[in-house]
Design a protein around this ligand. Structure first.
Ligand SMILES: O=C(O)CCC(=O)C(=O)O
Ligand SMILES: [Fe+2]
Length: 291
């Protein structure tokens, strides 16, 4: 996991992105304040299991319901584009009609995050000793993405009584792809990561930064030089917490295997088998929902 600081050229874009997220956070809060009538409208927005609104407890991690609600979006795949591999992820995102420009706002946010992520991946490629284009072309030239707008109820409202210690907002997991840009609410510390000693440590919000998670695909590509960090969320505060997680992924059909340069760095040992990103995603997403 990395904490990002911004080179000057990116600062302007970052502020724009931050503004969007502020609007978005307010919108999610508003939706919650409006209560069940709004929630019903949002539920009707989800003819597709994987895209759109999901209620508290619908997302499950390792068999346990998570205490969060979310709007999930995925890059839209054209029908038939990836044959049988793409079928489970085909479909359109379910954008709420309120506020009126929500879809446009989010699409711009996605495009900014995509651009920033691509640049970070170029830096990572160089840091690994490869060419800056390692994650372009067939690996990531047409990068897939996932975005989750997540709301975690405050501790006292999670289940009608104050049992915050046991309420896991999001169970321990690793992210699936290359890099995640986690945009957290400013005043609540809830995200935790497991360090190499096996202890859970907090990753507090730091205004003006994203927390970046390394995903499973980058672990494979780097031949284990980068670890996909185990993390979880426990919102012990009384306040509803909003997080926008943008997942930058390889091409949907990318066959991901350790980069040659990383194999050499490990004395010629290939630590991981080849994995097709789309297959990995579908296998994860399919076990992520209550059916
Ligand atoms: O809410 C957070 O801080 C992180 C969420 C997360 O880990 C995820 O959606 O994969
Ligand atoms: Fe995560």
């Amino acid at each position: 996991m990395l904490l990002l600081c911004w080179p000057n050229a990116m600062i302007q874009k970052w502020f724009k992105t931050l503004l969007y997220v502020k609007l978005l956070s307010n919108w999610i809060r508003l939706a919650v304040r409006l209560g069940s009538s709004m929630r019903r409208v949002m539920v009707s927005l989800r003819p597709w299991l994987k895209r759109g609104y999901q209620r508290i407890g619908e997302n499950i991690t390792k068999g346990v319901p998570d205490m969060h609600e979310a709007i999930d979006c995925y890059k839209e795949l054209k029908q038939g584009m990836y044959g049988a591999l793409g079928k489970p992820m085909e479909g359109c995102n379910q954008w709420p009609h309120y506020p009126p420009n929500f879809k446009e706002l989010m699409e711009e946010y996605i495009s900014l995050c995509t651009e920033v992520s691509r640049k970070i991946m170029r830096g990572i490629a160089l840091a690994l000793g490869g060419s800056p284009d390692e994650f372009e072309g067939e690996r990531g030239g047409d990068a897939f993405w996932v975005m989750r707008l997540i709301g975690y109820p405050g501790a006292s409202t999670a289940n009608g009584k104050c049992t915050s210690e046991n309420d896991i907002g999001c169970g321990a997991h690793t992210d699936y792809g290359l890099l995640t840009l986690v945009n957290q609410d400013e005043n609540i510390t809830a995200l935790q990561v497991r360090n190499q000693a096996g202890e859970w440590i907090s990753a507090p919000p730091n205004p003006g930064t994203f927390v970046c998670n390394i995903g499973d695909m980058l672990k494979i590509l780097s031949n284990g030089l980068y670890e996909s960090t185990l993390h979880r969320v426990i919102n012990k505060s009384q306040t509803y917490r909003v997080c926008v997680a943008f997942f930058y992924e390889p091409n949907y059909d990318a066959a991901v295997e350790p980069l040659e340069v990383c194999v050499r760095k490990r004395g010629g040992t290939r630590k991981f088998e080849k994995a097709v990103y789309g297959e990995h995603l579908v296998s994860k997403v399919q076990t992520n929902f209550v059916t």
